[in-house]
Ligand binder design. Structure first.
Ligand SMILES: NC(=O)c1ccc[n+]([C@@H]2O[C@H](COP(=O)([O-])OP(=O)(O)OC[C@H]3O[C@@H](n4cnc5c(N)ncnc54)[C@H](OP(=O)(O)O)[C@@H]3O)[C@@H](O)[C@H]2O)c1
Length: 504
């Protein structure tokens, strides 16, 4: 390095911060030996011996070539011995006071340094001698690394340990302040299995394993949404009637803002409630939902039930009118796909056969105690994707119905496959229909449920669960579909099928 370049060098502390620490944190943290090497490299590159010599000429009674030639041989030898002793003493000084020497460096001119370099040129003034002198100025009679191994030379160890401690402190600060990652550590292995997707008739793709938010409210809903995305869910189901769109939005927000999840990776579903079926209220209703969700569009907008708040002999407003509003929502970019929920095959056929945009999804109740085979087959034939709600049989909401998580057939399969009952049920749902959207407020359950992907039930195990004979529709819709005025006076009219024998 030339003198001018050397003079432009930063101070040792700056060098430590800007070069040594990044080297260490980038992976060379491994050993103290590595630290020594870094320091040595640093010194080699940035602090050349001639400059140190130039920095403190008063410490070296250096003979110049001219003065040497005037001396007798004995005097020359004595001069050289003095030079060697002074060099050794100076090396110690440099090691102790590098910082001060460097500061002094900056006030010397290039010519002064060159003079001192020539003066330090060794007994013979040769290049080899100069290089040896340089080396000794920098490291003494042995390498810096070797000083670590010298008995009693503890300052190197202390210095190295101090640098290491500083690095560890810095790393721990960075670690403590980091944002939690979307894929947390120590998750079960299955979380790393990608969630498969299916293509809808709209051309968009739906993740087959989603997360439902029904009954979750307030901070609990926000936290559960946040942890669901952190666990790896990308398909989120909500509805205006759940009263939690704002909280679902609040749970998604930190992931979206921090860029841990991109909007494109999310699949968000919300639903139109029964009092918003007039064509000109559909888009405003969705806009209101979007405002609460904090999104510019949803991926799927569903007509929640084939009912309205107006009772009478016919459905008012007519579904065709409502569907016009749904199509408007697609045209205006507020939703990518539209579909229905709790719609029978007959109603879909009657209302949508000539629709400009055919329903992409029918979200219906499906679990081993309500296989819903007829609706699934119809949708399959028509190219409508089926999403299974209550895939765990909704034990929290339906405590008086059989709990599939405790069904003997499910427990038996869980035993033979080594999976949990929830994983078996969700796996069954995936193999039986389309997608599943289990709700869970618990991060542990959320993670467990992700274990439904990446494996398959054998045909025997699948059939053992499919053969559960008792069949009961848990979500009858009786609360808003059974009216004296109509249009649906009873179960058969709403679902276009007789109640199952187990239901009566
Ligand atoms: N379109 C519609 O009309 C309609 C109707 C109903 C539901 N849905 C949608 O479908 C979603 C799912 O249905 P759902 O919530 O009724 O029922 P579900 O998903 O079948 O069951 C949820 C219940 O199972 C528990 N659970 C979850 N994972 C578990 C596990 N690994 N082990 C043990 N228990 C577990 C939950 O408790 P924790 O919270 O304690 O985990 C909760 O009590 C809803 O959230 C909603 O988004 C739509």
């Amino acid at each position: 390095m030339d003198a001018a370049g050397t003079l432009a060098n930063p101070g040792l502390w700056d060098i430590l911060i800007s070069r040594v620490l990044p080297q260490l944190t980038a992976g060379a943290l491994g050993s103290l030996r590595g630290t020594c090497t870094s320091l040595r490299d640093l010194l080699d590159n940035d602090v050349s011996a001639p400059v140190w010599a130039a920095a403190a000429p008063h410490l070296l009674p250096l003979p110049t070539p001219a003065s040497l030639s005037l001396q007798q041989p004995q005097e020359q030898q004595r001069s050289q011995q003095q030079h060697a002793a002074a060099t050794s003493s100076y090396t110690n000084h440099v090691t102790k006071r590098t910082k001060r020497v460097l500061a002094t460096c900056n006030v010397l001119t290039g010519q002064q340094q060159k003079t001192m370099v020539d003066a330090c040129g060794g007994a013979q003034g040769t290049e080899a001698g100069r290089q040896r002198e340089d080396f000794e100025f920098e490291y003494g009679s042995s390498s810096l690394a070797s000083k670590f191994t010298k008995p009693g030379n503890r300052r190197y160890w202390i210095g190295g340990a101090a640098v290491l401690a500083l690095v560890l402190l810095g790393v721990s600060f960075v670690w403590a302040g980091r944002e939690p990652s979307v894929q947390p550590r120590n998750l079960p292995k299955q979380v790393l299995v990608p969630i498969p997707t299916a293509q809808l008739n709209s051309g968009h793709r739906i993740p087959l394993l989603g997360w439902g938010s029904f009954t979750l409210q307030g901070d609990r809903c926000r936290d559960a949404t946040e942890s669901a995305l952190r666990a790896g869910y990308r398909h989120i189901d909500t509805a205006v009637t759940y009263g939690n769109e704002a909280e679902v939005g609040a749970g998604m927000k930190p992931h979206l803002e921090a860029g841990r999840v991109s909007r494109e990776d999310l699949f968000v579903t919300t639903k139109l409630w029964s009092n918003q079926h007039a064509r000109d209220t559909v888009v405003p209703a969705l806009q209101e939902s979007l405002k609460k969700l904090g999104l510019a569009y949803v991926d799927l907008f569903l007509v929640h039930w084939p009912v309205t708040d107006q009772h009478g002999p016919t459905l008012e407003p007519p579904m065709q009118e409502t569907w016009e509003g749904m199509q408007d929502a697609v045209d205006q970019g507020f939703t990518r796909s539209i579909g229905v929920s709790n719609f029978s095959p007959e109603k879909i056929d009657e209302w949508f056969s000539n629709a400009r945009i055919y329903p992409a999804v029918n979200q219906i109740e499906i679990h081993p105690h309500w296989r819903n085979d007829r609706a699934i087959q119809f949708c399959k034939d028509k190219g409508i994707h089926v999403t299974a709600y209550a895939p765990l049989s909704s034990p929290g909401n339906m405590p008086h119905f059989p709990n599939d998580l405790q069904d003997p057939a499910v427990l038996q399969v869980a035993d033979t496959t080594g999976k949990t009952p929830a994983q078996v049920l969700l796996r069954w749902g995936l193999q039986h229909g389309g997608s599943v959207i289990p709700k869970s407020s618990s991060p542990t359950h959320q993670e467990e449920n992700l274990g439904a992907v990446g494996w398959e039930l054998s045909q025997d195990d699948f059939e053992a669960i499919s053969n559960i004979t008792t069949q009961l529709r848990y979500f009858e819709g009786s609360g808003w579909a059974y009216t004296h005025e109509g249009p649906w006076h009873n179960y058969e009219e709403l679902w276009n099928e007789p109640m199952s024998p187990d239901q009566k």
